[in-house]
Design a protein around this ligand. Structure first.
Ligand code: B1M
Length: 212
C-alpha cells in the first residue's frame, strides 16, 4: 500500500508509533514534507472528523488521532521551516477563547515561520485582552486568530472591537482562519483578512504587510 495512505490509515487508527515510523520512512524516501502533511496526515484527520461528525467514533478516538498527528507533524516541522532567515514581520498567534483545537493553528505557525515571520504563539483558549496586550507589548504587526467551533468563532469579534476601541486597528492588523470561518465572516467582524489554509495564511499576511 502507498506510504501516504498508510500514514492516513494509521492516523485514523490513532496509532501514534506507527504514524511516527511511517512519517520517518516517508522523509527518508524524500517524499516532500508538504505532500506527507497534505496527503497523509491531513487526509487522515479529515476522515476522523467526518467519522466524529457522524457519531461513528467518539472523543477519546479523536484525541488519539490528534496525538498521532503530532507524532508526524513534529518530524515535518524542521523541514517546513527554513532556518536562519531574518523576520519579515511579527505575528501574535493563538486559538481564540473557549477553543482548544490547536492543530491547524500550529500548522499556520509553522508555515509563517517558514516564510520568515517571527511568530509569538500564545497557545489555545486565548482571551481578547491577552491577544491585544501581547501585540502591544511585542510591537507586533499582526494578530492571527484560529477557531474551529461555530460558538467560539464569535469571540474573535472581541479582539477586533478591542483594537478599534483603543484606536489600534490600523497599526495592528488581524487575520482569522479555521474550518467554520469564511471571508464574509471576517468582513462582518471587521478582521483585515481571512485565510482558508496555512499556505493561504502566509500569502494573506504578506499582502497585509505590503498594504500597511
Ligand atoms: Co473537535 N470539533 N471538538 N476536537 N474536532 C471539530 C472542529 C468538529 C467540526 C467535529 C465534527 O463535529 N465533525 C466539531 C465542531 C462543530 C461546530 O462547531 N460546528 C468539533 C466539536 C463539536 C468538538 C467538541 C465540542 C466535542 C465535545 O466536547 N462534545 C470539543 C470542543 C473542545 C473545545 O475546543 N472547547 C472538541 C474537542 C476536540 C479534541 C480535543 C478531541 C480534538 C482537538 C485536539 C487538538 O487540536 N489538539 C478535536 C479534533 C481533532 C477535531 C477535528 C476532528 C479535527 C480538527 C483538526 O485538527 N483538523 C474536527 C473535525 C474537522 O475539522 N474535520 C473537530 C486538522 C487541521 C489541520 O485543520 O484546524 O481546520 P484545521 O486548520 C486548517 C484551516 O482551518 C486553516 O489552516 C489549517 C491548515 O490548513 N486555519 C487557519 C486554521 N486556523 C487558522 C488561522 C489562520 C488561517 C488559517 O489565521 C490566523
Amino acid at each position: 500500500m502507498d506510504l501516504l495512505q498508510q500514514i492516513s490509515d494509521s492516523l485514523q487508527n490513532g496509532d501514534e508509533k506507527q504514524v511516527f515510523e511511517l512519517t520517518r520512512q516517508a522523509i527518508e524516501q524524500k517524499v516532500p514534507a508538504k505532500q506527507i502533511l497534505d496527503d497523509g496526515l491531513i487526509a487522515g484527520m479529515n476522515i476522523v472528523g467526518e467519522q466524529f461528525r457522524t457519531h461513528k467514533i467518539f472523543i477519546p478516538h479523536v484525541l488519539f488521532a490528534a496525538k498521532a498527528m503530532y507524532a508526524g507533524m513534529d518530524q515535518l516541522k524542521p523541514l517546513l521551516i527554513k532556518e536562519n532567515i531574518r523576520p519579515i514581520g511579527k505575528i501574535v498567534l493563538g486559538t481564540i477563547e473557549g477553543d482548544l483545537h490547536d492543530i491547524g493553528k500550529n500548522l499556520v505557525g509553522i508555515m509563517l515561520k517558514g516564510a520568515g515571520f517571527e511568530v509569538i504563539d500564545l497557545g489555545k483558549d486565548v482571551s481578547a485582552d491577552t491577544f491585544v496586550q501581547t501585540a502591544i507589548a511585542e510591537s507586533a504587526d499582526i494578530i492571527g486568530m484560529s477557531a474551529l467551533l461555530t460558538t467560539t468563532m464569535l469571540n474573535m469579534r472581541k479582539v477586533t472591537d478591542l483594537l478599534r476601541a483603543r484606536d489600534l486597528n490600523s497599526s495592528i492588523r488581524t487575520i482569522v482562519g479555521g474550518a467554520p470561518l469564511s471571508e464574509a465572516f471576517a468582513r462582518e467582524i471587521g478582521a483585515d483578512a481571512y485565510a482558508y489554509d496555512a499556505a493561504n495564511a502566509v500569502d494573506r499576511v504578506k499582502k497585509l504587510l505590503e498594504s500597511a
